[in-house]
Design a protein around this ligand. Structure first.
Ligand SMILES: [Zn+2]
Ligand SMILES: [Zn+2]
Length: 189
């Protein structure tokens, strides 16, 4: 019995097909698909957010390294943790991911939530998401800066060597006399 059950029918060309194609081609040049300066500003605001996060991490680190103690309201635990870090710097490499970041996660949530709820500007969202994202992960970047190269993923080593994440050698200077520099822990820019 011949296999004639399957027949292939050629799609008929619709009379208006050229018009559709023309519309698709012209859509590529449609102004609503192009990047405008407001869109590019969204990208630039992310870069600014990355640098502001580094600066903020440095200022905050400098304050809690040098002022207050365990009895300071609200910040006592963090002050104890950071000042203790100078006595036992390797401990941060033993902390598991969530243990190391959960305090910052709480602070970042309180800061980001009102921006998300009450602001509808993509430039501010670009800035806030990168800035607070970097602040959230800054303690992980700090922990990586205390690890040995052989224990880090190759991508992290590459980003540290490029200075995109806090370089190990740069942060080592913070733990050497006179103990008053290199406070930034996102990129160390
Ligand atoms: Zn410190
Ligand atoms: Zn450190």
């Amino acid at each position: 019995m011949p296999c004639s059950a399957i027949t292939i029918t050629k799609p008929k060309t619709q009379p208006d097909q050229p018009k559709i194609e023309q519309r698709i081609v012209s859509a590529h040049a449609d102004p609503i698909l192009l990047s405008m300066w407001s869109h590019r500003a969204w990208v630039i605001s992310g870069l600014v957010g990355y640098m502001v996060a580094d600066l903020w991490s440095g200022v905050y680190h400098w304050v809690i390294d040098n002022y207050g103690n365990t009895s300071t309201p609200l910040f006592g635990d963090q002050i104890e943790e950071f000042q203790g870090h100078h006595m036992w710097p390797w401990v941060i490499t033993k902390r598991q991911f969530a243990n190391n970041l959960h305090d910052l996660g709480r602070a970042v949530t309180f800061a980001v939530l009102p921006i998300d709820l009450f602001c509808d500007n993509p430039i501010i969202h670009g800035f806030a998401s990168v800035c607070f994202g970097c602040i959230l992960f800054s303690q992980q970047f700090h922990a990586w800066a205390h690890s040995t190269k052989s224990r880090l993923p190759p991508l992290v080593v590459a980003l540290e060597d490029l200075g995109i994440l806090l370089p190990r050698s740069q942060h080592a200077a913070h733990h050497r006399p006179p103990y008053d520099n290199n406070y930034c822990i996102v990129s160390g820019i």
